[in-house]
Design a protein around this ligand. Sequence first.
Ligand code: MG
Ligand code: ZN
Length: 98
Amino acid sequence: MTNQTINEFQNLMKILYEERDRERGIEKSLMWLQTEVGELFEAFLKNNKKVLEEEVADVLAWLCSICNLFDINLNNAAWKKYPSQCPKCNMNPCSCVF
Ligand SMILES: [Mg+2]
Ligand SMILES: [Zn+2]
């Protein structure tokens, strides 16, 4: 996935849903994100690849909506925290000991 793709997708979510997202508010939108993560977990338990694909898309869509509400650019935030290396050990690949 190129950098531009996440920006474009977040912008699409803004165009499609921002007005409704603002009316709903951050708390309820965060609850919807939780619901979608739950659906992703259920898809994993069912071992259903088609449903897994749908649910990861839902999770990303809601994450983008929430970023729009917080006025956060998801692409910038992700690359800022993970600048091609692990934010904890600063290595690529990560060499953290768990
Ligand atoms: Mg879903
Ligand atoms: Zn690490």
